[in-house]
Design a protein around this ligand. Structure first.
Ligand code: NDP
Length: 484
């Protein structure tokens, strides 16, 4: 008997209207897709890194041809404007970068030498891929955050089963039009759709998991992976601080801090979420910030003009409003913005600057994920460091000071994986060079970018050959034997 497939309505973040729907993958469909991927994976791995690069280069060509359509789908999903059209280009950079880096990274992983501990034993060590990597991704930057893990996993020789957010499925549908054009890739890269339970089903099928999302969901994912004894890489939230010192160029600081906080409506894991500014320059800095914030335009009328789009996911607007109201109720002063506005069905918030804030407020403790800038004054450098480190998160932090030396001195004392000096939002500079670990509630696992990140999808396997005589147990001597 045929069963009716469950469907989910998808809302458009600009109009507020449901204009799309997705089918929820059943448990059986997830299992079937996983089984097909597993069956195809050995041939994919056997291609070797050079063979996989040849296939991925063809995929890159298909993505290039579709970059604008992918950007359009991302804009429909997220309400983003310039941020969406960048996604296709970032994807090309991601694939193109690995085309160059993967062969080098693999070469560095092989080992063939005599053992230093047992000189007659030859050690041949290689890496083998986890057969099936599960990727569970969020609604913010939905394309980039799915592919940041999926692309290196594929280069590593793993097959990938992706579960994107149900909030932003269109961009993944557009992406898979390009995947279907490359049959070898389509055999080892698939996606399933639906809510959290579908993510749980992926965990039940996979050999390793990469998850990007919130702390509460990350905790559930970690528990489910622990039950199955499979590795799990978590990229979670942040409450990233920025320290502005007395000697900083305030023009530069205000410009960098504003962009770092409101870019993509603040829906970026490494957004600036708290600012600590030296008391002697606090008022001047805030005045500059307010002046610059007044020039930031919403793009409600024209998605291709303006700077801030709507919230991608309406519940996020409610979380941000709750944080602002909590702060104001506890004594914070609103210097700009502050009200989530419904414009034509989309939820918008102008840059929201708050002063008189303290660490009893949600806006200084929990991830806000909106275009908000709570600014707090400090007197001593030690106090700035203490306040910046007073958080359970540790994704990124930034320091803007009068000299690079002063910024570095403070930066070295901050507890986070990425510390940006004399600017904010420098995460992309790490691409292809060095990834960073997340501290505390911001996640765990190996770095997700840079050559090291390939190791997340590989296990080491070693062949140990005895080239000399085998040991004879009758010649074994016990420590202490014959001792007086
Ligand atoms: P969520 O944690 O709500 O969801 C993330 C993904 O997990 C979605 O695909 C979601 O599906 C799925 N999911 C939900 N419940 C479960 C479950 N029980 N088991 C398995 N999967 C599940 O995060 P958001 O989508 O709200 O994303 C925003 C968060 O992501 C923010 O906290 C942000 O800081 C963080 N983030 C971290 C980054 C980093 O690199 N550190 C980068 C970007 C974002 P569905 O959406 O369909 O419910």
């Amino acid at each position: 008997m045929a069963t009716t497939q469950q469907m989910l309505a998808v809302r458009n973040p600009r109009s507020g209207k449901v204009d799309h729907k997705i089918a929820v993958s059943s448990r059986a469909e997830v299992a079937e897709k996983a089984a097909t991927l597993r069956a195809n994976q050995p041939a994919w791995e056997a291609l070797g890194v050079e063979g996989r690069c040849a296939v991925m280069a063809r995929w890159l060509g298909a993505v290039k041809a579709q970059a604008m359509a992918i950007g359009e789908a991302d804009a429909q999903d997220t309400g983003g404007c310039h941020t969406s059209y960048l996604q296709g280009f970032i994807t090309m950079g991601n694939i193109g970068g690995w085309l160059e880096d993967a062969p080098r990274a693999f070469a560095a992983l092989d080992y063939d030498a005599m053992s230093t501990a047992m000189p007659s034993v030859r050690v041949q060590s290689q890496v083998v891929a986890y057969p099936l990597t599960g990727v569970i991704s969020p609604w913010n930057a939905p394309l980039m955050l799915a592919l940041l893990d999926a692309v290196p996993a594929l280069f590593a020789g793993s097959a990938v089963l992706l579960k994107p957010s149900e909030v932003t499925p269109r961009v993944i549908e557009a992406l898979f039009e390009t995947v279907r054009q490359v049959p070898e890739l389509a055999g080892v890269f698939a996606y399933v759709t639906g809510p959290g339970e579908v993510g749980q089903a992926v965990i039940e099928e996979a050999d390793t998991i990469c998850f990007t999302g919130s702390v509460p969901t990350g905790r559930k994912v970690a528990v489910a992976c622990a039950e199955r004894l499979i590795p799990c890489n978590l990229e979670l939230g942040g409450k990233d601080p920025c320290v502005v010192t007395a000697s900083a160029d305030l023009e530069r600081a205000a410009t960098a801090v504003l962009r770092g906080a409101v870019y993509a409506t603040g829906q970026v894991c490494y957004s600036v979420e708290r600012v600590y500014v030296h008391r002697s320059v606090h008022d001047d800095f805030v005045a500059l910030l307010v002046e610059k914030a007044a020039e930031v335009r919403l793009n409600a009328d024209n998605p291709r003009a303006g700077h801030i789009g709507p919230f991608t996911h309406p519940p996020q607007g409610a979380i941000v409003a709750r944080h602002i109201n909590d702060a104001v109720r506890k004594g914070a002063v609103l210097r700009s913005g502050g009200t989530v506005e419904d414009i034509g069905g989309g939820l918008y918030l102008r840059p929201t600057i708050l002063t008189n804030v303290d660490h009893t407020m949600l806006i200084m403790q929990e991830e806000t994920f909106g275009p908000c800038l709570p600014v707090m004054a400090y007197d001593e450098e030690d106090e700035a460091v203490r306040l910046a480190n007073d958080t359970r998160f540790g994704l990124t932090a930034s320091v803007i000071a009068g000299t690079a030396e002063e910024a570095e001195r403070i930066g070295r004392r901050l507890n986070a994986g990425g510390i940006f000096l004399q600017d904010t939002f420098l995460t992309f500079a790490k691409m292809r060079t060095f990834g960073t670990d997340s501290f505390g509630w911001s996640g765990y696992g190996a770095p997700r970018i840079g050559p090291e990140s390939l190791r997340r999808f590989l296990r080491r396997k070693s062949l140990l050959t005895q080239t000399g005589e085998v040991a004879d147990i009758r010649n074994d001597h016990h420590l202490g034997e014959g001792a007086p």
